[in-house]
Design a protein around this ligand. Structure first.
Ligand SMILES: *[C@@H]1O[C@H](CO)[C@@H](O)[C@H](O)[C@H]1NC(C)=O
Ligand SMILES: *[C@@H]1O[C@H](CO)[C@@H](O)[C@H](O)[C@H]1NC(C)=O
Length: 126
């Protein structure tokens, strides 16, 4: 009995996890009511960045890839180092190599002005 209970609990948790996964659908219109201008803000900013620097499109894709490379696509690559925190931004494969942070900062500023506190940095980067 003492062994069965944890096994049942583990099964129940697995079932709940699978239900949760099957309900967690990605959606391209997730912000359509909470931040209706999101995609047009991002599109305009990215088009503008690419038209003044044609490599920027590839650089933004690479920035996203390197974000996802360490522990998931969580925008952690955007974090600056502090006195007591060393992040991904200055890690070997990224330091002086990743570009486009200013494009993301610009988009974040515009998105926060349009819909404060609604869109995550991870979603904006994606
Ligand atoms: C890290 O340093 C900042 C100030 O630079 C301070 O606010 C923060 O509490 C520190 N965090 C830890 C975990 O020591
Ligand atoms: C990142 O690059 C800067 C400038 O070249 C350098 O000063 C710094 O030590 C590097 N950081 C790491 C963690 O390698």
């Amino acid at each position: 009995m003492a062994i069965l209970v944890p096994q049942c609990l583990a099964r129940l948790m697995l079932i709940l996890l699978l239900i949760g996964v099957s309900n967690a659908q990605l959606s391209s219109n997730f912000y359509s009511s909470s931040c209706p201008n999101l995609l047009s803000i991002i599109r305009t900013a990215v088009n503008s960045a690419v038209s003044s620097d044609s490599r920027m499109g590839a650089s933004l894709l690479r920035l996203h890839f390197h974000d996802c490379f360490v522990a998931g696509c969580d925008a952690s690559v955007l974090l600056d180092d502090t006195a007591n925190f060393t992040g991904e931004k200055t890690a070997g494969p990224n330091n002086n190599s990743l570009r486009g942070f200013e494009v993301i900062d610009n988009i974040k500023t515009q998105v926060e002005a349009a819909c404060p506190g609604v869109v995550s940095c991870a979603d904006m980067l994606t």
